[in-house]
Design a protein around this ligand. Structure first.
Ligand code: HEM
Length: 207
């Protein structure tokens, strides 16, 4: 199962890099560059890029949807079967609500990103004002990445020296709960997620 999870993670991260990277390049490099050419050249360049970029957009969206949905279902299954936080983990962290917001924003990104490289008359309004809709798509995509990091942080915790093993490198005065205990009950889960806020103790000064 570990190998499947790793493959899903690679697929999801590659899909995100491809989609978001392409949006940044298009908005801040390609669009300003073609704006310096005459109308006929501009249209020719847009069409040439559109044809070549379309399969990559479809590939990126497919990777994100397939890996994201599978990962979501597997994660739900783990949380349920292991009874995290006495079965209250999802409610306690609002994970499903946060996922719902992310999913809706991601659908917005997919629609606009496809419209930008599409040819249909229904999405022509997106291509009529490329600069504006590329900026909107990018903003939504950045929000999706931020929400994703938040979701991940809910179960991996803050990046502390304790790491996933719960081993303290510089033991603070009041030791935070071991990472291994974080799924036991609500209190241990909350304390684990909040430990990044607690100021670590100063290391003893050398005499
Ligand atoms: C614009 C589209 C999307 C972007 C840029 C994006 C980006 C990301 C990133 C950067 C992560 C963190 C990866 C990691 O640390 O391993 C992530 C995690 C995740 N994504 Fe997406 N994603 C997108 C769409 C989707 C969609 C459509 C779904 C589901 C249908 C989805 C479901 C998930 C799930 C379940 C996680 C794991 C969160 C966790 O660790 O609890 N994502 N995503």
């Amino acid at each position: 199962m570990d190998a499947v999870l790793l493959l899903l993670r690679w697929a999801h991260i590659l899909g995100a890099v491809l989609t978001v990277g392409g949006l940044f390049f298009a908005r801040f490099a390609f669009l300003p560059a073609v704006a310096e050419t005459d109308e006929a050249t501009r249209e020719k360049l847009h069409e040439a890029v559109r044809r070549r970029w379309l399969p990559w957009v479809i590939g990126g969206i497919t990777l994100l949807l397939v890996s994201g949905l599978t990962n979501f279902l597997l994660f739900n299954n783990t949380v349920k079967s292991q009874g995290w936080a006495d079965g209250q983990w999802m409610r306690q962290t609002s994970y499903h609500a946060i996922f719902g917001v992310k999913f809706l924003l991601a659908l917005g990104v997919f629609y606009l990103a496809s419209g930008l490289v599409g040819r249909g008359s229904g999405t022509a309004w997106i291509r009529r004002d490329r600069a504006r809709w590329l900026s909107v798509t990018l903003g939504l995509a950045v929000a999706v990445v931020m929400i994703s990091g938040w979701m991940r942080n809910l179960h991996t915790g803050p990046n502390l020296e304790t790491g996933a093993t719960g081993v303290q490198l510089d033991a603070p005065a009041a030791a935070p709960p071991a990472a291994a205990d974080r799924y036991e009950n609500s209190a241990a889960g909350s304390a684990f997620r909040e430990q990044g806020d607690a100021a670590p103790a100063e290391p003893a000064a050398a005499e």
